[in-house]
Design a protein around this ligand. Sequence first.
Ligand code: ADP
Ligand code: MG
Length: 379
Amino acid sequence: VSAHGRAFGTPPTHAATAPGRVNLIGDHTDYNGGLALPIALDAHAAVVLGPGAPGRLEVVAADLDERHEGAFEASDIRADSTPAWFRYAAGAVLLGAGELGRDPESVGLGITLASSVPVGSGLSSSAAIEVATLTAIESFFGRTFEPRTKAMLCQRTEHEFARTPSGLLDPLASIMGATDTGVLIRFDSLSCTPVPIPAGVRFAILDSGEGHSNADGRYARIRAACEGAARALGVAMLSESSLREFTKRADSLAPEQRGAAAHVLSENERVRGFVRALGEGRLEQAGQLMNESHRSMSEQLGVSTPGIDRLQAAAAGVAGVLGCRLTGGGFGGFLVAMLDAGTSEAALKQIRQTASDVLGHPASVRLIRPGAGARPIEW
Ligand code: ADP
Ligand code: MG
């Protein structure tokens, strides 16, 4: 029996992976009680967790070759001096253990994390770390969280430890994603419905090369405009209103609130239309809705950039591209394109060519496949 009371030969470590995500349609709808349709990305964060030095919480960020160690204290974890990746992992541990009524302080914990999810690009590298950490915690304590509870623990980690006012889209997509399947999320009830992705389409992601940061205030400002619009329309959450109600009362909204409401309420309709069109094989129409979603993100919400608008127009114009839009919170990051499966290789080449012309350097474009959701690694 080892120092940790386990039978010899049984590693005391637990491991888990959790994917990033690509939102096909429905952005800035999560915190407004609306709809979204993400897929899990075939790129993951991996976390290995085991007992460490008693009283200490140590996190190694293997990709950065950095480590940070601290006490099991919320105020220490969220201190400005701690690296953000430490706050994501350690914050998730503290909240997760608390939710399960367990206190790992006496054994201490050591965590190693690594990830193939592009960082800070709207593909949800932060939620992948949180979800992978909580999935390893489930395995460590031999208890599981209800998926919605788990997603809310991730959101609390972002709010309380990283001070990022993010919604529930990223963790729910990472938890609920499945191979070749989209996840229709209704954020009023947090219900998740699998949506089979038709064999006739492929997806590609295109890096705009422009960085984004949720924490820099612009995201928070849009959230505030949405909340203001909801108040002006007499509802608790913007999505409880309707386009018709909004049209009647648009004059009573400040300009920023008007754009926010116009986007969110029309985006919910587009998500519904997209799911219907996919289900009925009307792929051209589904693609058009992605293009319209991009236009709304750009013109109503103002979360695109001139460079990203040029990339979207170039990619959307390629033969075999059904639709293309900025994915995620915006201000930079990746675009997602839906391609006709029959010509996807040729379309991919052509997107790479036109996007490289727009960017003035070789564009990073790749085909992706909706991948599996978070899971423990058995060993
Ligand atoms: P997104 O979630 O869209 O990728 P965020 O700004 O929410 O963007 O999260 C990015 C942050 O997540 C990074 O600044 C870093 O702190 C953390 N992060 C993501 N991946 C890694 C990694 N492989 N190693 C260390 N930290 C990471
Ligand atoms: Mg994030």
